[in-house]
Design a protein around this ligand. Structure first.
Ligand SMILES: [Zn+2]
Length: 172
């Protein structure tokens, strides 16, 4: 499927808004949030470096990463991508996240990040944790859909590469 630039921008906005709303839901504070004017953007939260050292922290980080492309899939009217991506991440985990996945957009980076977080088994059974984190991310995204739409609109209205305070205010 090919997308025109406006559609890609819109997808990026929902993707980053999904990360942001999930970050707040798991207890992080979002400091930076923007889209870049193509299918990329940035969501910077204040999770501590200790997060990768505990199962609960890995679980939270996985939820935040997964929520980005779940919001994108729902916005794009393609909820089947949620299961598709879960299979892809499982495959990456089985390969110990050793190989890069070939995607030029932010979705690929998130999938690899989740696989790397889960691959070494620090958080228990990776497949089980992935399934739980994916379910929780989807629950958050669907429950907070109104906020995600509002945040995405603020990101689309803002200067590329800059954090609109209005978007941060919406997510609290
Ligand atoms: Zn992302």
């Amino acid at each position: 499927m090919s997308w025109n630039p406006d559609e890609l921008n819109r997808r990026a906005a929902f993707h980053e808004a999904g990360h942001a709303v999930a970050a707040v839901a798991v207890g992080y504070r979002v400091r930076e949030l923007w889209i870049d004017g193509d299918y990329s953007g940035h969501c910077g939260d204040d999770h501590s470096s200790q997060e990768t050292t505990t199962p609960a922290g890995v679980y939270r980080m996985a939820i935040v990463a997964l929520a980005g492309w779940i919001a994108d899939a729902i916005n794009a009217g393609r909820p089947e991508l949620i299961d598709e991506r879960r299979r892809e991440i499982l495959e990456l985990i089985c390969n110990a996240a050793a190989r890069e996945i070939e995607e030029e957009d932010d979705e690929g980076g998130d999938a690899l990040a989740v696989a790397c977080l889960l691959a070494d088994g620090r958080a228990g059974d990776p497949a089980e944790l992935l399934a739980d984190a994916n379910d929780e991310a989807e629950r958050i995204v669907r429950e907070e859909w109104g906020t995600i739409e509002a945040v995405a609109a603020e990101l689309l209205a803002a200067e590329p590469g800059t954090t609109p305070p209005t978007a941060l205010a919406l997510i609290g």
